[in-house]
Design a protein around this ligand. Sequence first.
Ligand SMILES: [Zn+2]
Length: 310
Amino acid sequence: MRACVGVFVVAAGLTAGPARPVAAAGLQVVTTTEDLAALAREVGGDKVSVTALAKGYQDPHFVDPKPSFILAVSRADLLIVVGRELEIGWLPPLISSSRNGKIQPGAAGYLDVSLTVQILEIATGQITRAMGDVHPAGNPHYWLDPGNGRRMAQAIKDKLTQLDSADRAYFDQRYADFDSRLAEAETRWEVTMAPYRGAKVVTYHRSWPNFAERWGLDVIGYVEPKPGIPPTTSHTVDLIAEMKQQGAKLILVEPYFDDKTPTAITSQVGGEVLKLAPSVGGAKEATDYIQLFEHNVDMLAAALKRTVGR
Ligand SMILES: [Zn+2]
């Protein structure tokens, strides 16, 4: 059934509409996540055609590949990945099945943006996936710091320029425009979050260390005992005690997790569960990279005001 869908899409692509000049279509860019796609669109403008594989409301560690993914990767001039093993469970088979030499790891059309950003929680000693830990190579949710978003956009600009040097000035101008809009927004977010520096929160998964560090939040615990491991009773009991002791009231939860355990915990500590968007597309308001933070900062500041005061 899946193969039939793939064949149908190929056939439709070959026959639909009048043929366009190759130059008008621009570089075919495929990204693993919607955050990367949003940044590629910021910088690439109408010189690129961007397709994101995972949706922002899906857990990026565990994505169910669709037949359309292989087709998109097989046609890509550039594949942009989050890296740090975020996509290790689903991307490598897609890359090899695509038989596309341009986007194989190490080729010019493969870009791992984690190589030029700030990575937190890098393990010292032996790197291991023991106990199911899905963050063995440092925390892969680094896009949730706008400073890293700027570094990611710059890496994308450099790569687009390498692949399409004739449009260097265009990419430079698009990047500079994004950079200034982001800087202006960052100033606003700093003001909104300033009263909550040092506020204690709990998060479901370790998605938010870069976000928390940026605004000075103190993450005192996680609903998951380890990244990728579902809640256990003994860990939950310990977490409730810790939250009561430290006066933490808020649990940040990604839209793809069951909020049964977080709700049970917050009912014990007199707090509340807050669903934030971990990615562009993770909430209807998070339509691009800057709007992702507009949404999260507004929601979080309001929730902290309700639970912590200030
Ligand atoms: Zn993770």
